[in-house]
Design a protein around this ligand. Structure first.
Ligand code: C2O
Ligand code: CU
Length: 471
């Protein structure tokens, strides 16, 4: 399913076009980065784009000499990239070929709760689920992964994850040729010993081997002056502090849920599980540089690791200059009388002292509301993800977030013993009986119950909503 797993032959071929001998890569970085293929939709007569996903089992040698059972969408590991544009009507058909039930959640997507793919939309073995909706949100890098309650960590760790790119006609001149100068990077860590316990310890998996798009120690040949990387932290628990080996500066152009108003120059970007960043990196012909993650002094970002070697070709295709303004979604304005809801994370298996209960509605939100959600973490590292919404980080312990993290987001790091305030804008799909989730995206915590449920209802009907749902 994935594009050629290159060997040394592939490397020579890749570098051979300059007519000069290929530079030998160090042994650790000689496998060509896999690029998840784009999933080709079938377009129905009414214009609906049909995407078909099959959840299946396979075997993959993720680490050299250690073939293991893996799960994937339409292949043995990970899934194809789905790409759709604002205004598209899409219909997914998700078939489950596993021996156990799962779900597929469209992380970052604004859609009716019944289409969300959370723990209430289980797909039984052999079953097919066919959610459909109209894409109506700004350009962004989203993703999809299973969400069966109590089982998400295992399902994602075995390989069930894929990118979902949303295009918007407004998108300015950013690099956009998929796999060439617009490249997905799914960051995940594996436990080399192979005996990782996804629900063990405080954080579950914190692996010692890094994969990018399922490729261990990969290289990528860069052919354009500027490359946009869509980086997804698809790990169970690890936080990445991304830098380049030569300390070069680069630009962040987008957060989880949309572009920034203008590119922000940085030398480091941090991503906790589930977060995305779109970055643009400038290269000189013939150079090589490593993308790395460095220790951040927290339990979940311990260790320095090389992730990906970027090898620039001897001739690079000229790229347009980085635009100075980007088509960012409008800032989220918090009304003076905005409702404030408080969420307390202590331990790893509850929010506000309550463990996730599929039959309990924790919060009832009126459609279209803008609220402040205040997330207080009294212990070690967590993060916080809210389905359906876009939010902006107001402050972390009273401090503004760094400029590169001021855009629209759906997942945020909540550092140990700190409080994060979010300006949250809710959508308009009402359904008093089908909840959306909010939770810590450290999957071991999510699975243990650090998750709650909210419904969106017609304004004025909040009091009539039953707090218990049958299923
Ligand atoms: Cu990425 Cu509720 O999930
Ligand atoms: Cu957590």
């Amino acid at each position: 399913q994935f594009l050629a797993l290159a060997t040394l032959t592939g490397l020579s071929a890749a570098c051979g076009s300059s007519g000069r001998p290929a530079t030998p890569a160090p042994p650790a970085f000689r496998t060509e980065l896999r690029i998840p293929p784009l999933l080709e939709p079938r377009t129905a007569r009414d214009g609906t784009r049909h995407f078909a996903l099959k959840i299946q089992r396979g075997r993959t040698e993720l680490l050299p000499g250690k073939p293991t059972e893996t799960w994937g969408f339409n292949g043995p590991h990970l899934g194809p990239t789905i790409r759709a544009a604002r205004g598209d009507r899409v219909r997914m058909s998700v078939t489950n070929r596993l021996a156990e039930a799962s779900t597929v959640h469209w992380h970052g997507m604004r859609l009716p709760a019944r289409m969300d793919g959370g723990p209430h939309q289980m797909i039984e073995p052999g079953g097919t689920w066919t959610p459909h909706w109209t894409i109506d949100q700004p350009a962004a890098t989203s993703w999809y992964h299973p969400h069966p309650h109590g089982e998400t960590a295992g399902h994602v760790y075995r390989g069930l994850a894929g990118m979902f790119i949303i295009d918007d006609g407004d998108t300015p001149e950013l690099p956009g040729e998929y796999g060439v100068d617009d490249v997905p990077l799914i960051l995940q860590d594996r436990d080399q010993a192979g005996d990782a316990d996804v629900l063990g310890g405080t954080f579950g998996i914190l692996g010692d081997r890094m994969l990018v798009n399922g490729t261990y120690a990969p290289f990528m040949t860069v052919r354009a002056e500027r490359v946009r990387f869509r980086v997804l932290n698809g790990s169970n628990a690890r936080r990445y502090n991304l830098v380049f080996g030569d300390g070069r500066r680069f630009h962040v152009v987008g957060n989880d849920a949309g572009l920034l108003a203008a590119p922000v120059e940085v030398e480091q970007v941090s991503l906790s599980p589930g977060e995305r960043a779109e970055v643009v990196v400038t290269f000189s012909a013939g150079e090589q540089v490593l993308l790395r993650t460095v220790s951040g002094g927290d339990d979940i970002d311990e260790g320095d690791f090389d992730l990906l070697k970027l090898v620039a070709a001897e001739r690079l295709t000229p790229s347009p200059a980085l635009p100075s303004r980007l088509a960012a979604p409008e800032a989220i304005v918090v009304p003076a009388n905005a409702r404030v809801r408080r969420f307390r994370l202590n331990g790893h298996d509850a929010i506000n002292g309550k463990e996730m209960d599929m039959s309990r509605i924790d919060e009832v939100v009126p459609a279209g509301a803008t609220e402040i959600w205040e997330v207080e973490n009294t212990v070690y590292a967590h993060n916080f993800h809210i389905h359906e919404v876009a939010f902006q980080v107001l402050d972390v312990d009273g401090q503004k977030p760094p400029p590169y993290a001021t855009g629209h987001k759906d997942t945020v790091y909540v550092p140990p013993k700190s409080t994060v305030r979010l300006a949250v804008r809710f959508g308009g799909f009402t359904d008093p009986v089908t909840p959306y989730m909010y939770h810590c995206h450290l999957l071991r915590h999510e699975d243990s119950g650090m998750m709650g449920q909210f419904v969106i209802v017609e304004p004025g009907t909040e009091d009539r909503v039953s707090r218990t749902i049958a299923h």
